[in-house]
Design a protein around this ligand. Structure first.
Ligand code: NAD
Length: 495
């Protein structure tokens, strides 16, 4: 018996979609059907937008500290349900249990952070040029927010957008990735149980084409919060630009770890393994390039390959497994195709991996061997394009300047890291690396909610999630001038 999951529109759950249903399959065991979901289209999007619009005024007038209290309760419910959600998420998208627990934990951290912001939501008060006059700025909600999310962080990424959106007084239409719709249902159940009003959160399942695009094009949606690939981000950007619609884009990466010749190599190795193969390389911040000083390069790569080959790959529900499957057959084929490209490129040499895991339980999932290329140079496609799988390329450099220049030679600018014991080198890297996130003596993954998250260049359009910076996406600024002089005072004219 397959579990049936539903849309949530205008306070009601509904199992029917105008385009039928779709199933979600466990990528570690394709016999396991996680659930059946309504395949929705424009009809459901229209209904969800109408519900979100109708709920907007009442919700926006709830004092922000009270909205924050509801979000705090949602965080508490996530704590209670953490283990169940983590297990469901592992079945849905494959990553190992410690990581899916971490994914839910990120949602909990986001809830508590957003709840606290409900009691701040700071604006400014400033003096005015003229006597008996005061200036201040306040934040206003934007309206109906369309939230479109990927499958690699099925709880964390939706919470990064939806908690601040709700706390700021907006209402939401939420379309999760069709690989991870069950986790999205659990999230919406939590919001409703915490006391979010009817119509304030609406969940519509379906594809990017049938649900995502109608949301982007809908005149009743004032803002799109999107995380996903740069290709889709560009299409959405064009559509939103034509409508002058507010848009926050969090897109792809080609993140690098620099290892200098004075680095603690054990630490750098541990960081590289975790950064490259955690979430099976399917993180926007995954370490996909190793930039190695020539003095340690050979030694580092030898040990890295040895450790990569020992990683235990399998079903993420098994606590002894270190790397789960890729999310679906399509993603596995994309990864394999990049490996083929790498093998045909110039002098690049593959030292391990490069194939599917087969035999026994492996035949029922999308498992891929950790893969390492050396003799890679900057211009090669495997050094430039996001692969989104367990594939790492190593580039050799002569100096710190060469390392930073190599790291910056990318159309993306999301995460970065440098391992060095030299404080001067570390500070130079902090200043000169072109990325939204830089780790010193840590891997390229591991963001926390209290600092801005996002990237430069083709990784986005200048917005940042997390921290207080996310409030600039989900609020409009309003400037207010209060003249209590009792007469007309003309700015820039009366002195
Ligand atoms: P994707 O771009 O294929 O899909 C993301 C979401 O957009 C899904 O919900 C999908 O259904 C929807 N979508 C697809 N086409 C659409 C369209 N034409 N109109 C509207 N919606 C559409 O990405 P994915 O494969 O789900 O996720 C992997 C990508 O996400 C990688 O590129 C990764 O780097 C990126 N990512 C970025 C961040 C970040 O914060 N920068 C975080 C996680 C993932």
């Amino acid at each position: 018996m397959v579990d049936k999951y539903r849309n949530h529109i205008s306070g009601k759950w509904s199992a029917t979609g105008s385009l039928g249903t779709f199933k979600n399959i466990n990528p570690a065991d394709t016999r396991d059907i996680v659930g059946e979901f309504p395949a929705s289209g424009k009809e459901e999007v229209d209904a969800a937008v109408a519900a979100a619009r109708a709920a907007f005024r009442k919700w926006s007038l709830v004092p922000a500290p009270k909205r924050g209290e509801i979000i705090k309760r949602a965080g508490d419910l996530m704590v209670e349900r953490k283990e169940d959600i983590a297990r469901l998420m592992t079945r849905e998208m494959g990553k190992i249990l410690i990581e899916t627990r971490g994914d839910v934990q990120e949602g909990i951290d986001t809830a508590y952070y957003a709840a606290g912001e409900g009691r701040r939501l700071f604006g400014d008060t400033v003096p005015c040029e003229l006597p008996n006059k005061l200036g201040m700025s306040i934040r206003c909600p934007v309206g109906v927010c369309g939230v479109i999310t990927p499958w690699n962080f099925p709880m964390a990424i939706p919470t990064w957008k939806i908690f601040p959106a709700l706390m700021c007084g907006n209402t939401v239409v939420f379309k999760p990735a069709s690989d991870t719709p069950a986790t999205a249902v659990k999230f919406v159940e939590i919001l409703l149980d915490a006391g979010v009003h009817e119509g304030v959160i609406n969940l519509v399942h379906g594809t990017g084409k049938t649900v995502g695009m109608p949301m982007v094009e809908h005149p009743g949606i004032q803002l799109i919060g999107f995380t996903g690939s740069s290709g889709v981000g560009r299409i959405i950007g064009e559509k939103c630009g034509a409508q002058l619609k507010r848009l926050s884009l969090e897109l792809g990466g080609k993140n690098a770890e620099i290892v200098m010749d004075d680095a603690n190599l054990e630490l750098a190795l541990e960081g590289a393994l975790w950064g490259a193969f955690g979430t099976t390389g399917q993180r926007c911040t995954a370490t996909s390039r190793l930039i190695l000083h020539k003095k340690i390069s050979k030694r580092f790569v030898e040990q890295f390959v040895e450790k990569a080959q020992k990683l235990r790959i399998g079903n993420g529900l098994d606590e002894s497994v270190q790397v789960g499957p890729l999310v679906n057959a399509g993603q596995r084929d994309i990864v394999h195709n990049y490996v083929k490209i790498g093998r045909e490129e110039d002098k690049a040499t593959m030292l391990c991996g490069g194939e599917f895991l087969t035999g026994g339980d492996y035949d029922r999932g999308f498992f891929y061997k950790p893969t390492v290329f050396v003799n890679v140079t900057r211009g090669m496609r495997i050094a430039k394009e996001e692969i989104f799988g367990p594939v790492v390329v190593a580039l050799e450099v002569e100096s710190l300047d060469d390392a930073i220049e190599t790291l910056n030679d990318s159309s993306y600018g999301l995460s970065s890291s440098i391992y060095t014991q030299d404080v001067n080198a570390a500070f130079k890297a902090m200043r000169d690396i072109e990325a939204g996130i830089t780790y010193i003596n840590g891997p390229t993954i591991g963001a926390e909610i209290q600092l801005p998250f996002g990237g430069m260049k083709n990784t986005g359009n200048g917005h940042r999630e997390s921290s207080h910076t996310v409030l600039d996406t989900y609020t409009e600024w309003k400037s207010i001038y209060v003249d209590f002089s009792g007469k007309l005072q003309r700015a820039q004219i009366d002195t």
